[in-house]
Design a protein. Structure first.
Length: 397
């Protein structure tokens, strides 16, 4: 055990999760702390009887008091991060080989780097430092990334609300090299997409749906499609490329719908095959129901509805409502592709919510495919919370 590091001593019997290599130590498990660790400083974690359990980043303001870097006694140094980053990036060599492609290079806990997200958009990297530990090592991490990944620049999007829980202010700007243009063009499955890494959702785009878009699109040929919470049109573009007869995209942001329209032009799609509706999805679905409109395929890819267990019931009602309204406007033998990116909504609960919606809609539905996040968003077996995205493709009778 390192004599120079502060020591976090757990309460009796609270070491079980660490023995199972779960990387989080919650505040309620902490008995006492030896030393006065600063936010993000490395601390050793020991059981009440003194057994070494792990070494991680301490954060006095977060409910997750320590995020484990290593379960052995290796030193947490620049070389440690160089090894971890090289391993994570090495797993994505196939995606890196695509010149204008986009992929996730580092996926937090599942790559052994809690709180760190690195996405690649063509010749630029976009980074999120979401915890006190990653913030403390930011300078070294950026320098290592610049050495490992040939790129024009590294841009920071540490403006996620979760940083406040770590006592950190939002930060955005250039970390290394050139500033990326306001709109980057990436290509996924042969489709060109404009990405705003400065102000777009997450790091600019929803990379976790990369594999699901062409899968859903494969069922859209000749169909009328309604894409709800469409953002800049990822699912809409995929459906049009697959031969959808017409696609309607709904989003509450006019700015992202304008980008979706530009994406339509960028790919040379016939504008008569698409329309864009600026509005609240819950309200628009009810309006379509009242108008008697019908669609052959409805895609529901909403934002995260739940941030904590306190909001779970409210979020479940919201998921049920949108699925209920969607089923009411799906043509007989039509299809529903429905997703949840809320980690606290477990797959079994999500399936139950969709089932309850079908009951209330008076429709019989059958699951023919399940979806999860793209392979560059891996799920470490010791961190099941990493499996946040789930989806169902249903035939609705």
């Amino acid at each position: 055990m390192s004599r120079s590091e502060p020591i976090v001593i757990l309460k009796r019997g609270r070491e079980k999760s660490l023995l199972r290599r779960h990387p989080w130590v919650f505040s309620g498990a902490v008995g006492r702390v030896k030393g006065s660790p600063e936010p993000g400083q490395t601390a050793d974690v020991v059981a009440s009887d003194g057994r070494f359990l792990g070494r991680g980043a301490y954060c006095p303001s977060s409910q997750i008091r320590v995020r484990i870097w290593a379960f052995d006694q290796q030193q947490i140094t620049r070389e440690f991060f160089a090894r971890k980053l090289a391993a994570a990036i090495g797993r994505r060599q196939a995606q890196l080989a695509v010149a204008e492609g986009a992929c996730r290079l580092v996926h937090g806990e599942s790559d052994g780097l809690p709180g760190l997200v690195i996405d690649r958009y063509g010749q630029y990297l976009v980074a999120q430092f979401l915890t006190a530990g990653t913030e403390r090592w930011k300078q070294d991490i950026v320098a290592i990334l610049a050495e490992l990944v040939p790129c024009r620049g590294i841009f920071e999007r540490s403006d996620a609300a979760v940083r406040a829980k770590e006592g950190l202010a939002p930060v955005k700007g250039v970390l290394w090299g050139r500033e990326p243009p306001r709109r980057l063009i990436i290509e996924q499955a042969g489709i060109k997409i404009l990405v705003d890494v400065h102000n777009g959702h997450k790091t600019g785009f929803y990379l976790d749906q990369a594999e699901n878009r062409p899968l859903v699109a494969g069922y859209c040929r000749g169909k009328t499609v309604l894409n709800c919470f469409s953002y800049t049109g990822g699912f809409s573009l995929a459906a049009l490329a697959a031969g959808a007869a017409h696609v309607t995209s709904i989003d509450s942001s006019k700015a992202v719908l304008d980008t979706a329209g530009r994406n339509l032009e960028l790919n040379g799609f016939d504008p008569s095959r698409a329309d864009f509706v600026n509005g609240n999805v819950f309200d628009v679905l009810r309006k379509y129901r009242d108008q008697g409109r019908r669609f052959d395929m409805v895609i529901l890819d909403p934002p995260k509805f739940v941030e904590s267990y306190n909001h779970l019931k409210k979020a479940s009602r919201a998921y049920k409502d949108i699925n209920l309204q969607a089923m009411r406007i799906i043509s007989p033998e039509g299809m529903l592709a429905t997703f949840s990116c809320s980690g606290l909504i477990e797959p079994a609960l999500f399936q139950k919510i969709v089932f309850d919606a079908s009951l209330d809609a008076g429709r019989q539905a059958c699951i023919i495919r399940r979806f999860s996040q793209a392979e560059d968003h891996p799920v470490a077996l010791n961190f099941p919370e990493g499996a946040y995205l789930k989806g169902l493709l249903c035939i609705v009778e």
